[in-house]
Design a binder for this molecule. Structure first.
Ligand code: FMN
Length: 137
């Protein structure tokens, strides 16, 4: 059973309501615990940047559900690769809201004034999520 990591970026759609973030986290944590998926979700007023890790079949099933969710759009897969170990094993879905405390880390991964994961490599987004996790721990 291969362990995989998948990272994607998406944009908040017109169907997204502010209270949806709580609903998304609730179902993510419930389902991910059941399917042994771990990961992190970064969220700011424009983007979602999410990493999910787990068995290949669980990652694929979870991503299929995520792709069909109307609360976000312009979903671009940035990384999908086999991994030897999990990086987010303590988090069924760690939530990383944008905050001024994290701004220096985010700025260090951004080419312009604001974070834009669409212009970043998968490797860079992965490193950013790791740095945010370490800052949150
Ligand atoms: C940005 C975003 C991230 C999501 N992440 C997950 C996730 O990690 N795991 C998951 O099961 N569902 C996730 N969802 C929710 C799924 O799209 C879908 O609503 C959910 O799997 C439906 O399950 P439920 O019927 O048990 O609530 C996410 C949705 C969005 C918009």
């Amino acid at each position: 059973m291969y362990l995989m990591r998948l990272i994607y970026v998406s944009q908040i759609s017109e169907h997204f309501k502010p209270e949806d973030i709580e609903h998304i986290l609730h179902s993510a944590r419930k389902n991910n615990a059941q399917f042994n998926i771990t990961g992190a979700l970064f969220f700011n007023p424009k983007f979602f940047l999410q990493c999910i890790e787990g068995s290949r079949s669980s990652v694929n099933k979870t991503y299929k559900n995520i792709l069909n969710d109307e609360r976000h759009c312009n979903i671009i897969q940035l990384q999908y690769q086999e991994i030897e170990h999990r990086d987010f094993s303590a988090w069924s879905m760690g939530y990383v809201p944008d905050s001024s405390r994290l701004a220096p880390i985010i700025a260090s991964y951004s080419s312009g004034n604001a974070l834009d994961p669409y212009t970043m490599s998968g490797a860079s987004c992965y490193q950013l999520l790791l740095a945010l996790k370490n800052a949150m721990s």
